[in-house]
Design a protein around this ligand. Structure first.
Ligand code: 5GP
Length: 207
């Protein structure tokens, strides 16, 4: 379903909504963190999630950590632009209000979300720009997933299974960035958001 608020906000300002998705552990979070640090003009959405904070994560900075009842209420009130259950474990969603405000103000906005969420945003706002972050290879993706060491064995297996499905979705996106080095991938992303990168978007099939 199209989202009139969001589309009006986008039309009224110069802001561009970019969605960054890709398989588990490809480094979406690291690329987003690099952009946050080096390109403060790019606004990055803070998602709501029902998962518990990891050590070092700060409420309101990395995520809005909420309980199930609060997440339910956000859905009921239409406050989430998209939401999904990720890794069959917890719910994650993009608060709608801040995205609408930022786009209306003409600022470029970035959502770092999973594939299910990217598909919902495409339905709500097909004119957004969809970027797929790919690993240099499957082996490298597995190495990164295991290397992170924050999940137990069963959780790793679940995430690998999800990653296999997610890799197959690459052709649905406007553009692919291969994340070999985080700074280079992040700079390529920002260049694309500013419209100064190679543009390969017109042939995108429907999701
Ligand atoms: P993590 O728990 O490792 O921080 O994130 C797990 C996954 O949730 C990542 O793939 C991340 O992209 C995704 N994610 C984070 N925020 C959102 C969101 O607001 N919506 C959706 N659909 N996925 C999200």
């Amino acid at each position: 379903m199209a989202d009139p608020d969001l589309r009006a906000a986008l039309a009224s300002g110069a802001g561009r909504l970019t969605v960054l998705a890709g398989p588990t552990a490809v480094g979406k979070g690291s690329v987003a963190a690099y952009v946050r640090q080096h390109h403060p003009d790019v606004w990055i959405s803070v998602s709501a999630t029902t998962r518990r904070p990891r050590p070092g994560e700060v409420d309101g900075v990395h995520y809005h950590f909420v309980d199930d009842a609060t997440f339910d209420a956000m859905i009921d009130r239409g406050q989430l632009l998209e939401w999904a259950v990720v890794h069959k474990a917890a719910r994650y969603g993009t608060p709608r209000g801040p995205v609408v405000d930022v786009l209306a103000a003409g600022r470029p906005a970035l959502l770092e979300i999973d594939l299910q969420g990217a598909r919902q945003v495409r339905r709500a706002m097909p004119e957004a720009f969809f970027v797929f972050l790919a690993p240099p290879s499957w082996d490298e993706l597995v190495r990164r997933l295991v290397g992170r060491g924050t999940e137990d064995e069963a959780e790793r297996e679940r995430r690998l299974a999800t990653a296999r499905e997610e890799l197959a979705a690459e052709p649905e996106f406007d553009v692919t960035i291969v994340n070999t080095e985080i700074p280079a991938a992040a700079e390529e992303l920002v260049a694309l958001m500013r419209g100064s990168g190679p543009d390969r978007r017109p042939t995108t099939p429907d999701l």
